[in-house]
Design a protein around this ligand. Structure first.
Ligand code: ATP
Length: 135
């Protein structure tokens, strides 16, 4: 039986996860990292991506995370994300609409369009759709 560590995932809207887990794998901005109980302390920013963890019953859980920060302590991982949702909570229609909206903005290149904002919105939408499609 693997030793457990505590995982908290918090967004400005709400706490998404607060439970004991066996392992966490998160999209660090310098690359994906895994944390088990006893990991060295470190702090990193996160990129848009997939966070997965194995819960206390051994089940793999997948979430979309929209950037943010991770604090890894030997017995606890805290994720502060701009937004995050479990794979099963991702609304495909909403993500598809967000993708199309961003693509239209990028294609039109209107003078008042914030291209970086549109690119990041597109990245979020594509990643949400990818998570839905892969598992
Ligand atoms: P949209 O343009 O559709 O609002 P967004 O990428 O701008 O998408 P976020 O800022 O990442 O949205 O998130 C705002 C809130 O909406 C968060 O609580 C997030 O979990 C939720 N959310 C966004 N898109 C989806 C989706 N496709 N399915 C489920 N929840 C979503």
């Amino acid at each position: 039986m693997a030793e457990k560590l505590f995982l908290e995932i918090v967004t400005p809207q709400k706490a998404i996860v607060s439970e004991e887990v066996e392992i966490v794998v998160a999209p660090g901005s310098e690359g994906e990292f895994g944390a088990l109980k006893g990991h060295t302390t470190f702090l990193t920013s996160l990129k848009i991506g997939t966070l997965r963890y194995r819960d206390a019953s051994g089940k793999e859980r997948y979430l979309f995370v929209n950037g943010g920060f991770a604090e890894v302590l030997p017995d606890k991982v805290t994720i502060l994300a701009e937004s995050a949702e479990y794979r099963q909570d991702i609304d495909v229609e909403r993500a598809t609409k967000a993708k199309e909206r961003a693509q239209k903005r990028l294609a039109a290149k209107a003078a008042d369009t914030d291209l970086v904002r549109a690119e990041v919105a597109l990245k979020r939408a594509l990643h949400r759709l990818r998570i839905k499609g892969t598992k």
